[in-house]
Design a protein around this ligand. Structure first.
Ligand SMILES: [Zn+2]
Length: 440
């Protein structure tokens, strides 16, 4: 449930007249190795800003800097080499101009830009990124993909003096709970689980939901084999009210993270627009990835790459599968492999442009995805034999995915990102590679 706004495409196509502005393309980063101890203090720095605009424009407005706890990420993998996401940011040493950190991500603002509201109305969303705290003055640069060409364009540059007395300390007294500790934080992938809509009296219910989440994750390959390098911690942060707001039926709740259904008027799209509040709570533990568990039995959730994932904790039935599906989005931006019947055009996956997602292709830039895993005997596109079983399937290029019936391909007939079954071999390999990078 990552992207639900395809209905807006035709409207947007009409409204899309480009405004004149100076566009600065992203310079390639040639030096991917950075010495952590030379450039970073060991702590985390957080940069809060407002991401604002409309369909045609986007702007970044600085809010504040915060010094947080120990840096949870790798000390080796500092420049994200995967070309995933709709956004990325870079940290440059102010004196030498050298790029010392880069990470990619997506945001709720990116999705909102594809809604009809963005054609007529300008809005802002509170956003935030974290990175290892630099020892010396630095420049932070933000980049976004051009919507049509998907080429990276520089949007914002801000020089920061590390001795600026306006940099805030972190205030966080929330209780933390270790759920699963696989290894030391620098060499493990650190996940934090956050509650929303659980009252003081519902702590045990939240802890139970955290057990369910962890058990679900480790029941699917390749996570099953990677428990030794995954840490899962929870933060206990109660809400005033029990439950989650459902604006479409007039039910409003006072909850800590302000999660709600009907995000962008889509009933099942349950997210929060208050991302800085999410970071405020998450800062109780060292973390790289956030997943929010909401106290509701209503079906819904979402997952945005390197932003956060969210799932209903009270829903009986396929809760675990939904958690893991949404985590596939939030971990590394895996694309939905399902098809929406009759859907032939998508602004998300324009013709002639390779999707950045590891598990979808339009054969524009297939090299580096799963091309080398397809045997020479396998026909392209690969037909799915009626009545065949998983044991008989081969890695290929099966037509349909990314909500489209035609012109886009996935590597396996079924997947967690399609029908909540096991991850397909293509996704499993991509996840393992990503974990290898994160855990160096
Ligand atoms: Zn897959």
């Amino acid at each position: 449930m990552k992207r639900l706004f395809l209905m807006a495409v035709s409207l947007i196509a009409i409204a899309s007249c480009s405004t004149t502005r100076n566009i600065e393309k992203a310079e390639e980063i040639t030096q991917l190795q950075v010495s952590y101890s030379d450039y970073f203090t060991g702590k985390t720095m957080r940069y809060d800003f407002h991401h604002a605009g409309d369909y045609n424009n986007e702007y970044y407005y600085f809010d504040k800097l915060i010094r947080e706890g120990e840096w949870a990420g790798s000390h080796v993998s500092l420049i994200n080499p995967f070309d995933y996401g709709e956004q990325h940011f870079r940290i440059l040493d102010a004196t030498s101009g050298k790029v010392i950190y880069k990470n990619n991500y997506c945001t709720l603002f990116n999705e909102w830009q594809t809604t009809p509201e963005a054609v007529t109305t300008a809005r802002s969303f509170p956003e935030s990124v974290i990175f290892p705290e630099p020892k010396n003055d630095f420049v932070i640069e933000f980049y976004a993909r051009n919507k049509e060409s998907k080429v990276w364009e520089k949007k914002q540059s801000h020089k920061v003096c590390v001795n600026d007395f306006n940099i805030n300390p972190s205030h966080n007294n929330f209780e933390s709970i270790d759920r699963h500790i696989g290894g030391d934080i620098a060499h493990s992938f650190d996940i934090v689980l956050l509650p929303d809509g659980f009252t003081e009296a519902e702590k045990e219910k939240f802890i139970e939901a955290c057990h369910t989440w962890s058990a679900a994750l480790f029941s699917y390959a390749p996570f099953t084999q990677n428990g030794h390098r995954i840490n899962i911690r929870a933060v206990w942060a109660p809400s005033q009210d029990s439950g989650i707001s459902i604006p479409g039926t007039g039910e409003w709740k006072n909850t800590l993270l302000e999660c709600r259904f009907y995000t962008f008027n889509s009933e099942r799209y349950q997210m929060t627009e208050e991302f800085q509040k999410v970071r405020d709570v998450a800062a109780a533990v060292p973390y790289e990835s956030i997943f929010i568990l909401t106290n509701t039995d209503k079906y819904g959730g979402g997952g945005i790459y390197n932003h956060y994932g969210l799932g209903s904790a009270g829903k009986t039935g396929r809760t675990g599968e939904v958690y893991v599906h949404e985590f596939g989005h939030s971990l590394m931006g895996l694309g939905d492999e399902y098809i929406e019947k009759g859907n032939t055009v998508s602004a998300l996956y324009p013709e002639g442009v390779e999707p950045w997602e590891a598990n979808l292709t339009r054969f524009v830039d297939f090299n580096g995805k799963w091309e080398n895993r397809i045997s020479k005997e396998t026909p392209i596109p690969t037909p799915r034999i009626e009545g065949s079983t998983a044991e008989e399937w081969v890695i290929g290029a099966y037509e349909g995915g990314g909500y489209l019936e035609k012109g886009i391909y996935r590597g396996w007939p079924e997947c967690m990102m399609k029908a909540l079954t096991d991850f397909c071999p293509v996704c499993q390999e991509a996840i393992t590679k990503y974990l290898d990078y994160l855990c160096k």
